[in-house]
Design a protein around this ligand. Structure first.
Ligand SMILES: Nc1nc2c(c(=O)[nH]1)N[C@H]1C(S)=C(S)[C@@H](COP(=O)(O)OP(=O)(O)OC[C@H]3O[C@@H](n4cnc5c(=O)[nH]c(N)nc54)[C@H](O)[C@@H]3O)O[C@H]1N2
Ligand SMILES: Nc1nc2c(c(=O)[nH]1)N[C@H]1C(S)=C(S)[C@@H](COP(=O)(O)OP(=O)(O)OC[C@H]3O[C@@H](n4cnc5c(=O)[nH]c(N)nc54)[C@H](O)[C@@H]3O)O[C@H]1N2
Ligand code: SF4
Ligand SMILES: [Mo]
Length: 654
């Protein structure tokens, strides 16, 4: 037995908590990762997805060398090639496409599979230097970003939640998706006897642990908020001084919420009128209250209305005056990681078009796009599963005239469509620096082990490809550490970060006086399902991180089969029984699931947690094969505006 080394690192995944971990290494092999005990947020534990992360690194289906397609696109048939061959092929094809169609015919497509500066950003330098199409938008919290653009603050230090007297967990399944926040909620209970209320159509794991669950209908959050605001204004419970200081349209707001009586709100939201009034009074009385808002309710046509609504309530209540009060949608430490993309490398005079990443299906299938996208590189995301209207994405990826490169750890549904697959290192094998979107720490990740097989970091892939493409800017030769360091804010040195493991960027709570915010924006209502159809929600699965870990045996066993939750009345109306196989279908496609009849979802709504892969086919519940090409006004995919029929698995037809 060799000596055990302990290496500081952090979880790379797209999650609010960005946990600091300590990797244990014995004889060059990573044996465990454990939450860093002295980290004030992580507090020594990881989560049910990640606590065996070495199993991901050493997984038998891990990609360990470059592959070239050897069968039809999507078939998953590949042959092994050397790095030299793979890089040569990519450089030839990308170079040829740029020469023939112009560099805008190349498109980078990346997301947050790893939130690391190097893994997320380094390859972008190639595309900028070539003058390729730029990538805009997102598929997660675009509504929040849009509302932030209007001046709304979105958040504060979540550790301050411990000072709250009332916590509304609004559209957030915190115990599955970011459980480290729970500690601060519990602190508020212990210290101040805070009450905790969960507002979610589904009785989630989190809802069960709160003092109260308000099962409002999806997309009706702004209506409930309007009803609460009306009562606060009518009964003189609003903090008018604060509200006048922060917003420019208080009178318009009063007029807008006036029609939303508790009775009308109750009808629209599917809750009791007394609940509306009681919530409003409790919310106004707490000093302070916090609304910790999630991502789920942002993913519909009402996304921005939801984010504005929680701010509106927090402002009317004056909660921002107090530590631990206000609306908390996200928190960041202010890592300046966009800088690491090096947009300054875009050739002088070029102004490449920006394509919305949330419309990848449209981009790849639009016959009018000029130039068409002919070369695509995908990393840190699995668009064939996670994008809206994923069938259209697959149709685009299947184009014979499209040359697709996918950087991955495993052969995902997307990677199966690639012409070239490049094996990326996992977090145990590379250096990186991470920001966060649920707290205010910047965290370092030191490599714990050497890369397995022929896997390479995205910094290394960038350097190899740049050399072959003849891109000779110093930025193309920067080391991974230098790339990461380029994102650090003033006052934070890489050396100090490596020594400490993390640094908290304490930011003062946002000041709203004089912000001139506009709160009255029209209360919009969700569209009703077409006759006979149900609204499909696809919340996060407890044991998966989006579509990651679906292929890992331990997590898959724990999550079980793709399961559709349906209210007893909806099941009875369809003659469906608990435990039977069903198909969800609409004009775009059909997917299988096992039915669970439960009162944990309201009538009219069904829920299929998890982003499953296409294989094995009998469990290929890729919900986005059913979601529409539809977005919120700000551009967030409206995943929750999916309507489906549910029929027995044996039913005729698709
Ligand atoms: N275990 C696990 N953790 C994760 C992830 C994962 O996949 N699995 N993904 C990570 C990522 S990328 C993200 S963005 C976060 C997301 O974190 P969360 O926002 O907590 O997760 P979601 O499941 O998207 O949505 C939360 C809840 O919103 C509810 N909801 C849906 N529509 C509405 C609505 O209209 N109104 C209200 N009030 N509620 C609604 C859903 O029922 C769901 O329970 O989690 C991160 N952490
Ligand atoms: N219907 C529906 N659709 C949704 C959602 C929903 O709730 N319902 N949620 C949306 C949300 S909130 C989000 S954030 C997106 C998430 O969508 P994605 O960002 O696509 O997230 P994942 O599915 O986890 O896929 C990340 C991929 O990156 C890979 N990866 C991880 N680390 C690395 C690395 O270092 N290098 C490389 N090359 N690859 C790496 C993983 O293996 C994985 O395949 O999905 C969105 N889509
Ligand atoms: S997925 Fe989130 S909670 Fe789990 S270890 Fe990673 S950062 Fe922590
Ligand atoms: Mo997300």
């Amino acid at each position: 037995m060799g000596e055990i080394r302990h290496v500081k690192g952090c979880c790379p995944l797209d999650c609010q908590d960005t946990c600091a971990w300590v990797a244990e290494v014995e004889d060059g092999r990573a044996t465990a990762v454990r939450g860093a005990r002295d980290h004030p947020f992580t507090r020594g534990v990881l989560c049910a997805k990640v606590n065996d992360y070495p199993a991901r690194t050493y997984a038998p289906d891990r990609l360990l060398h470059p592959l070239r397609r050897a069968g039809p696109k999507g078939s998953g048939r590949f042959e092994r090639v050397s790095w030299d061959q793979a890089i040569g092929l990519i450089a030839d094809r990308f170079g040829g496409i740029a020469a023939r169609h112009g560099p805008e015919a190349l498109l980078p497509h990346r997301y947050l599979g790893s939130m690391g500066v190097v893994q997320r950003r380094a390859p972008m330098r190639i595309f900028h230097a070539l003058g390729a199409s730029r990538l805009a938008g997102g598929i997660c919290s675009v509504a929040a970003q849009a509302v932030a653009g209007e001046g709304f603050p979105l958040g504060f230090d979540p550790e301050d939640m411990a000072e709250s007297r009332l916590v509304l967990l609004w559209g957030l399944n915190l115990l599955s998706t970011c459980h480290h926040h729970w500690h601060f909620v519990q602190e508020a209970r212990r210290r101040h006897g805070a009450r905790v209320v969960c507002l979610d159509p589904i009785r989630t794991r989190t809802a069960r642990r709160c003092d109260e669950h308000v099962p409002l209908r999806p997309g009706t959050d702004a209506v409930l908020a309007a009803g609460m605001a009306r009562i606060m204004l009518e009964e003189g419970l609003a903090d008018l001084d604060f509200a006048r200081g922060a917003c420019a349209d208080l009178d318009a707001l009063a007029a807008e919420v006036a029609p939303w009586t508790p009775g009308r709100v109750a009808t629209v939201c599917g809750i009791a009128p007394e609940t509306v009034a009681r919530l409003a009074r409790e919310f106004a009385a707490a000093r302070p209250a916090v609304i910790r808002a999630g991502v789920g309710p942002q993913q519909s046509a009402q996304g921005e209305a939801f984010v504005r609504a929680v701010h509106m309530l927090a402002i009317l209540g004056g909660h921002w005056r107090h530590r631990g009060g206000g609306a908390l949608v996200m928190a960041t430490p202010g890592l300046e990681d966009m800088r690491a993309d090096r947009a300054d490398l875009i050739p002088a005079g070029a102004a490449p078009r920006a394509l919305d990443m949330a419309r990848l299906g449209e981009t790849l299938t639009d016959p009018a796009l000029d130039p068409p996208v002919k070369g695509l590189m995908v990393w840190g995301t699995n668009p064939a599963v996670v994008q809206p209207d994923a069938g259209r994405v697959r149709q685009g990826l299947a184009r014979e005239d499209l040359f697709t490169v996918v950087l991955e750890h495993v052969l995902t549904d997307t990677a199966r469509y690639a012409d070239v697959v490049l094996p990326s290192t996992t977090q145990l094998e590379h250096f990186d620096v991470l920001g966060a979107w649920g707290h205010q720490y910047i965290t370092v990740n030191l490599p714990a082990i050497a890369p397995l097989g022929e896997a390479k970091s995205h910094g290394e892939i960038m350097r190899l490809l740049a050399r072959r493409l003849g891109l000779d800017h110093p930025a193309m030769r920067e080391s991974d550490e230098a790339i990461a360091a380029s994102a650090l804010p003033p006052g934070v040195s890489l050396e100090a970060l490596k020594e400490a493991g993390w640094v908290k960027m304490r930011k003062p709570p946002p000041r709203l006086e004089g912000a001139g915010l506009r709160l009255a924006r029209g209360v919009s209502l969700p569209s009703a399902p077409p006759e006979g159809m149900l609204r499909l929600l696809t919340p996060k699965a407890h044991f998966f991180l989006n579509s990651s870990f679906v292929n890992q045996p331990r997590q898959r066993r724990a999550e079980g089969r793709p399961t559709l939750d349906m209210a007893p009345a909806d099941a009875a109306a369809r003659g469906l029984r608990d435990g039977e196989g069903v198909r969800l279908r609409n004009a775009r496609g059909a997917i299988p699931a096992t039915l669970r009849v439960t009162d944990a979802v309201p009538p009219g709504v069904v829920a299929l947690p998890g982003k499953w892969w296409s294989l094995p086919e009998e469990e290929g519940a890729v919900a986005n094969l059913l979601s529409p090409s539809a977005w919120s006004p700000g551009g967030q995919p409206a995943f929750n505006d999916t309507f489906v029929e549910v029929v027995g698995a044996g039913a005729a037809g698709r």
